[in-house]
Design a protein around this ligand. Structure first.
Ligand code: 4NP
Length: 154
């Protein structure tokens, strides 16, 4: 099983949106037994909570399921356990680097999947309120990511 972990700050807005969107794309290709997806936050304030209303609204509008998803905090052992660990912004990556073993862990930045975009971080909609923009980036980035996974691992 190939594994992907998306990481943001609170694990209620960006990374759960990416988790749901990628899982949806994986199922559309019939790869659900080959690729698994999870998400986590570097912070612990929202542990146990369902995704933010803004994320839920966007996913509902695209008929993408987020059933059963609740927030959790990223752990040092996640960095080794997942094949792809993907931070949504620079501070998420920096905070994972501070975890034990984080210094030399294989961590990507989500926007590295979209080199032609001006934005180099996925903006935090908890503060901007712009969930549509985040969905657009996540949808495009997850297409590229799934192609990359298929090429590299399947
Ligand atoms: P996320 O957004 O990292 O995309 O889940 C945030 C959610 C909560 C907070 C910050 C960002 N917060 O400060 O509580």
């Amino acid at each position: 099983m190939v594994s992907v972990l998306f990481v943001c700050l609170g694990n209620i807005c960006r990374s759960p949106m990416a988790e749901a969107v990628l899982r949806h794309k994986i199922a559309a290709k019939g790869l659900q037994d080959k690729v698994k997806v999870d998400s986590a936050g570097t912070g612990d304030w929202h542990v146990g909570k369902i995704p933010h209303e803004g994320t839920r609204k966007l996913l509902d509008s695209w008929n993408i399921s987020y059933e059963g998803m609740t927030a959790r905090q990223v752990l040092s052992k996640d960095l080794e356990a997942f094949d792809y660990v993907i931070g949504m912004d620079d501070s998420n990556v920096a905070n994972m680097r501070k975890l034990p073993g984080g210094g030399d862990a294989n961590i990507m930045k989500f926007m590295d999947l979209l080199p032609d975009e001006k934005l180099r971080e996925v903006p935090d909609p908890y503060f901007t309120g712009n969930f549509e923009e985040v969905y657009r980036l996540i949808d495009a980035g997850c297409d590229i990511l799934l192609d990359k996974i298929i090429q590299e691992k399947l």
